[in-house]
Write a new protein. Structure first.
Length: 347
């Protein structure tokens, strides 16, 4: 079984799977806390802890965070050599993993302590360290979407997938932003000990056991708008008329061009076809309406030019991996709670 394979190793002292959390200056406290919270809540049927967690750093002592308080770490990198799983949170202080695409001497020495076969997982931009250790070459990986392009430049041999919440490549796992670290930790607990225990941890922490979709749903305005181009008037007009069933000739007519010339100019200036641009803008408008209004799915589909709710659902599912209702619930918190009087109130 997967649980037996993944959780086969255990600390000799406790008999529990040992998780070492390797922190650096610039640590995001939330990322350290979520690891301890989630793995720390995993219990056997007898109520015994399933994991032993140890925090370590390059050297014992104070570690700076990205807040106004430090943390005190009692253990140095020797802990990495005793771990069954190593988790690398992000740091907001750039080191050579993010500036030069390599491990510094002290980081290289620390990583070298990790035993072969140890499971290694990163949260957010912790993926830079894992990539610098040559553990992601030829593998799929993810990181925070804001750092995706920089990651690609530094580590071209890694198959980066910036639209997902986390990726499991066997003994190397990566996750996106801070909250995606929750998804990854629950996934590892689920892989080690099954869905029932992972679900219990999720309930105790009041988070969903599994989230649909990926990072794409959290990226705002993904399509840049070039200024001072020969198609800018057509694009501005189209944004005011998204509810209409637009044709290439409608847009080309705004610039007094032929369809062929307009399409060529549009690709040169925007980088995609008019049809692709229009679909992306319709989707962006629909997302805004889902977030900011009480309009029905049918009304939003009509306003954004999708025509039908079915068409909107298909486009949103393809682009973001979620339904319109799930997207709205995520960004508006529209869960309904029954009141004592039998009415409904928004929770």
């Amino acid at each position: 079984m997967v649980a037996k394979n993944r959780a086969r190793s255990a600390s000799a002292d406790s008999g529990r799977h040992r998780v070492a959390v390797f922190v650096r200056d610039g640590l995001l406290p939330m990322e350290l806390g979520l690891v301890h919270q989630l793995f720390g809540q995993a219990r056997s049927e007898a109520g015994e802890p399933l994991y032993e967690l140890v925090t370590c750093a390059l050297r014992p002592g104070h570690v700076r965070t990205d807040t106004d308080f430090p943390i005190v770490v009692e253990h140095g990198p020797e802990v990495l050599g005793e771990a069954d799983t190593v988790i690398v949170p992000a740091s907001h202080e750039f080191d050579t993993t993010e500036t030069e695409g390599r491990l510094s001497g002290p980081l290289a020495d620390a990583v070298a302590r990790i035993r072969p076969g140890t499971r290694i997982a990163s949260i957010c931009t912790g993926a830079f360290l894992v990539a610098a250790a040559n553990l992601l070459n030829g593998r799929r990986a993810t990181t925070h979407w804001k750092s995706a392009e920089h990651f690609r430049k530094l580590y071209p041999s890694v198959r980066l997938e910036p639209d997902v919440l986390y990726i499991d490549e066997g003994y190397v796992l990566t996750s996106a932003g801070e909250a995606a670290g929750i998804d990854l930790c629950l996934h590892m607990i689920r892989s080690d000990h099954g869905s029932a225990i992972a679900n219990d941890v999720a309930r105790a922490t009041v988070v969903p056991p599994h989230r649909d979709g990926g990072q794409a749903q959290f990226i705002k305005s993904p399509v840049p708008e070039p200024e001072g181009s020969s198609t800018v008037k057509a694009r501005a007009w189209a944004l005011q008329n998204l509810h209409r069933q637009l044709k290439i000739s409608d847009l080309a007519g705004q610039e007094l061009m032929s369809n062929r010339t307009f399409t060529r100019r549009f690709r040169e200036e925007v980088g995609i076809s008019p049809g692709q641009w229009l679909s992306q803008r319709r989707l962006e408008h629909a997302r805004q309406l889902l977030e900011d209004t009480e309009m029905s799915i049918e009304q939003i589909a009509d306003s954004a030019g999708f025509g039908t709710a079915t068409s909107l659902r298909q486009h949103l599912q393809t682009a973001l991996g979620v339904s319109p209702s799930a997207y709205r619930n995520t960004f508006r918190g529209t869960s309904v709670v029954s009141g004592a009087d039998g009415g409904d109130r928004l929770g």
